[in-house]
Design a protein around this ligand. Structure first.
Ligand code: UDP
Ligand code: GLC
Ligand code: MN
Length: 316
């Protein structure tokens, strides 16, 4: 339906990469809905161009920041004040119903059935299940609700410093009023659950429809080894299961990266993909030691040709 859309937000190029993978994952699973990316002014031109290739609409919005450092410090996420910007999704009144998805979510199965739900439907937050997690929610754009939400921010602020605190304050009967507004957890699987309730994750994890890489470590915080097709670093530092992380990176490498390479052209950019493990060059002291131990790099830096070149340069 043309008046229904999935909506996400990216205020910078890092989250824009997340939005690219999310949008691509929605396309891969053949959504019939429109795709909208709200972006902030700091998103670079090449990233905007890639987003335009994946999304039907890329819309520039004003960045709102809660500036609430005290609550954000409690959340251990000083960077999340700008998530107030998410509230602008209610201003997309050319759509009658939408599903908001964080830029750090990944669709692993078609989820168009979410549009059968009403505002405000969302899944429980894994940390406090009487609150909903605002990484995935169904809503109805409305000038009136948009205005009321912004007013709520001014009057009450947010108990977590971000949008989730505001939204749970505003839609405060979510926990008790209407069970049909509780989305099953598989629509917003913060796989932190795999640590807190491992048997349930083992039993139900494969039913996941949307994976949410919540927490400070995002998929794009890692590097990806394109030779071995593996994610490098401490994959357990992310709240996500390693196989979900690999799914994100495969989508990025195979489908998003080629578009970025086209749009960036000669300009350098950080892809996070590396072909070989970065080996620090050996110091001349280390080389001397190896040589003395009979471990000269005969075919490489210590080859006869190289030694002769050095001698020639010295004699000149
Ligand atoms: N976001 C953004 N720029 C930022 C921080 C957040 O655009 O600097 C958006 C992005 O869509 C992100 C969402 O706000 O997915 C919520 O932030 P995040 O996912 O980091 O929070 P978490 O789910 O980890 O609590
Ligand atoms: C949460 C949500 C995220 C939200 C943040 C700040 O953990 O996952 O979507 O932006 O809290 O409220
Ligand atoms: Mn998130």
């Amino acid at each position: 339906m043309a008046d229904q859309a999935f909506v996400t937000l990216a205020t910078n190029d890092s989250y824009a990469k997340g939005a690219m993978v999310l949008g691509q994952s929605l396309r891969n699973h053949k959504t019939s809905k429109k795709l909208v990316a709200m972006i902030g002014p700091h998103v670079s031109d090449p990233c905007r161009a890639v987003l335009r290739r994946i999304y039907d609409e890329v819309r520039l919005v004003d960045v709102l920041d809660s500036g609430d450092t005290a609550h954000l410090a409690m959340l251990k996420r000083p960077d999340l004040g700008v998530t107030f910007t998410k509230l602008h999704c209610w201003s997309l009144t050319h759509y009658s119903k939408c599903v908001f998805m964080d830029a750090d979510t990944l669709v692993v199965s078609n989820v168009d059935e979410l549009f059968d739900r009403e505002e405000l439907s969302a899944a429980p937050d894994p940390g406090w299940p009487d609150c909903f997690n605002s990484g995935v929610f169904v809503f109805r754009p409305s000038k009136e609700t948009h205005g009321k939400l912004l007013q709520y921010c001014t009057e009450h602020g947010s108990f977590d410093g971000g949008d989730q605190g505001v939204l749970n304050g505003f839609f405060n009967d979510w926990a008790t009023k209407d069970i049909s507004k509780h989305l099953p957890f598989i629509y917003n699987l913060g796989s932190i659950a795999m640590y807190t309730y491992a048997p349930a994750f083992k039993q139900f994890g494969s039913n996941a429809k949307v994976v949410h890489f919540l927490g400070a470590m995002k998929p794009w915080s890692y590097t990806y080894d394109t030779q071995t097709n593996t994610v490098r670093g401490d994959v357990h530092a992310s709240s996500a299961h390693p196989s979900f992380l690999l799914n994100w990176w495969n989508t990025f490498k195979q489908q998003v990266l080629p578009m970025m390479q086209q749009e960036y052209g000669d300009k350098p950019f950080h892809s996070g993909c590396e072909a070989a493990p970065a080996q620090p060059p050996m110091s001349s002291m280390e080389r001397k030691q190896k040589w003395e131990q009979g471990q000269a790099d005969y075919l490489g830096v210590d080859s006869f040709d190289n030694i002769q070149k050095k001698l020639d340069a010295f004699l000149k």
